[in-house]
Ligand binder design. Sequence first.
Ligand SMILES: O=C(O)C(=O)C[C@H](O)[C@@H](O)CO
Length: 266
Amino acid sequence: MELPPNLFKAAVARGGPQYGIWAGFGTGYAAELGASAGYDWMVIDGEHAPNTVPSILAQLQAVAPYATAPVVRPVNGDPALIKQLLDVGAQTLMVPMVETAEQAHALVRAMRYSPHGIRGVGGGLVRASRWGDVADYMARAHEELCLIVQVETQLGVENVEAIAAVEGVDAVFVGPMDLSAALGYPGETSHPEVQRHIEHAIQATLAANKACGILAPLEADARRYAALGCHFIAVALDVILLRQAAVDTLARYRNDVEPSEPPAGY
Ligand SMILES: O=C(O)C(=O)C[C@H](O)[C@@H](O)CO
């Protein structure tokens, strides 16, 4: 068979904004439900959601029949974990807490086979090559892989020009929550200082001709980031949607329950 195309990479190259949902339940069942809603892309979160390589595989399989493109976020940039995630068929990885061009370059090498990198060879043992059915998998895998690096610390923002310029980095994703904490305003993503850093990271990424993404569950934020040129914006988190709907439904029947406020943090 042909190498499966990376829907996310193609969509972001066509332009934006692409609207995404954050999958935080760690199950294929919930991920499939989110995909059935028609979002353009979905983060399968291995950093803060209760996920393992097998649970991520189950979610990749669950969303495969849908047009929603999966983006897998590993807990960190460990090359051994990257190898496992690529082998189970993740094509787009979003690695948190990238702070230097050297780290970004190491991630590119972790995703590529020798002589361009250090990815171990799974050959016919892995889903990525459809158990060997994709005959040219090793020669062409890099064409359909996509690396998103998360910039979400002060040092990361200081180095964003150099990070975005690294060959093989396809996109930068700004993490507003971590950045707010790193700058000393935990959870205050609207603080002027946090916003100044966010806008600088977006502009530097776009100036490097790389795609830029961000998390923005509040509509006004999402629209502002779209106007700034972000290519992909996560506008919903499934866990938060369920929690809000659960509280609001109960509040309609019980006087001791207040309807939910927009989340202070996300
Ligand atoms: O810093 C951020 O914002 C992110 O990276 C997203 C967070 O991990 C989390 O708030 C998602 O719920």
